[in-house]
Design a protein around this ligand. Structure first.
Ligand code: SF4
Ligand code: SF4
Length: 402
């Protein structure tokens, strides 16, 4: 994942954990990734991949503030270095800068868009605001209309806060009415800064801060997040399997088929998604862009060396290495893998060292969906469409094993 404009953004969303990185990454100025860093990144990333398909993910901050010219140069460099490999690009944006010119560029280069939308305006506008403290919902909806008009493929990234977690069904129905086909829900879990993060002038605690710190007001309550996922799941399983794709569900289905989950938070190990900042510095993960987790700079290292460093410094194995006994003996371990280490916060009602803050909510969710996921896995294993699971509400499904 690349951050061509680093934490720079035209908005000022209340819960953003990335905006404030400018406070300590002073060396990240000037504003955008230089051509030297970009060329080193594109060439080294392509040559480091064995696969014939290569995916570039551009994120921020707000990656569109780098301008169309930057991405024209990206495409030029990818053509220069791709050889016989096929390149795919996706950009994760807040959507407010999208216009017809951008859409023409995105369409002609087959770029996938991820757009941040938290639900209807009374939910989205509560925290997703511009620099004048005004809500941005209407601009994002206009951007989605434009993407639909240009037939540009997009998915929605929806942050779930304490407030929005009570509106799971409403948010899901809202997306369905907007004709959204792919959604990912991301729970907000952040604490107020402790001594180390205050020194860096941050508004959110660094994950490694072990002292007892209050959660921010946006942070979801675990059981409410579990109920949110259940409400979304119930609506989806009744009507939309095979029509709407929800990453939080699709990415854990492999564990019922004896395969590896696809989203990093549910997989066994971390470290497959390095992040490159605009000055070329590389980190093990988007959630660990702090000085103590810097792996090196792309101008000085090959990507394979940075991957090795991510492993040798303990980041890759941290996820499995510090699982508490309660996870190791949990019936859902192969689905959950203790979720993201960033959320393993020992405090408050969660007094078990390294147990994930969201555990109680996840247990509710996994218990609720088990019967359906098992049925979908059986359908898939027998060459039938998973969407037949929707017949479960009418009675048992007969699957003739192959
Ligand atoms: S720390 Fe969390 S977000 Fe980062 S790679 Fe690991 S599971 Fe994924
Ligand atoms: S559900 Fe809870 S106990 Fe089970 S693996 Fe996940 S975090 Fe650990």
């Amino acid at each position: 994942m690349a951050k061509p404009s680093g934490p720079e953004c035209n908005l000022n969303c209340d819960y953003c954990f990335y905006l404030e990185k400018n406070n300590f990454l002073e060396e990240l100025r000037p504003l955008h990734m230089s051509d030297e860093v970009l060329e080193a990144y594109v060439s080294k990333y392509i040559s480091s991949q064995k696969s014939s398909e290569i995916h570039f993910v551009w994120q921020g901050g707000e990656p569109l503030v780098s301008g169309i010219e930057f991405y024209e140069r990206v495409i030029e460099l990818q053509r220069k270095y791709r050889g016989d490999k096929t390149i795919f690009n996706s950009i994760q944006t807040n959507g407010t800068l999208l216009n017809t010119k951008w859409c023409e560029f995105l369409k002609s280069n087959n770029i996938l868009i991820g757009i941040s939308l938290d639900g209807p305006s009374f939910i989205h506008d509560k925290y997703r605001k511009n620099r004048n403290n005004e809500g941005t919902h209407s601009k994002v909806v206009k951007a989605i209309e434009l993407l639909n008009k240009y037939k540009i493929e997009f998915n929605v990234l929806c942050c779930v806060t304490k407030f929005s977690s009570k509106h799971g069904r409403e948010i899901y129905e809202y997306f369905r009415n907007l004709d959204v086909k792919h959604v990912q829900f991301t729970p907000i879990v952040e604490r107020i800064p402790g001594i180390s993060s205050e020194k860096l002038n941050l508004k959110h605690a660094i994950p490694s801060e072990s002292e007892q710190l209050d959660f921010t007001e946006h942070t979801v309550i675990p059981e409410l997040y579990g109920q949110f996922l259940i409400d979304v799941f119930d609506e989806w399983i009744s009507n939309d399997v095979g029509k709407i794709f929800i990453s939080n569900i699709e990415s854990i289905l492999p564990s019922w088929l004896g395969l590896e989950n696809t989203m990093c938070i549910y997989s066994e190990k971390c470290g497959r998604s390095l992040v490159i900042e605009k000055n070329g510095d590389v980190y093990s993960c988007d959630h660990f862009v702090y000085p103590e987790y810097r792996l090196g700079n792309i101008l000085d290292h090959e990507i394979s060396d940075l991957m090795k460093k991510s492993k040798s410094c303990g980041f890759v194995d941290m996820k499995q290495g510090n699982l508490p006994v309660v996870c190791l003996t949990c019936r859902y371990l192969n689905i959950c893998n203790g979720e993201c280490p960033k959320n393993r916060i020992t405090q408050g009602s969660n007094n078990i060292e390294n147990l994930n803050y969201l555990c109680a909510g996840y247990k509710m969710f996994y218990k609720h969906i088990g019967r359906y996921m098992k049925a979908m896995a059986k359908l898939i294993a027998n060459g039938m469409p998973a969407s037949r699971v929707m017949e479960l509400s009418e009675g048992p499904i007969v699957v003739v094993s192959r």
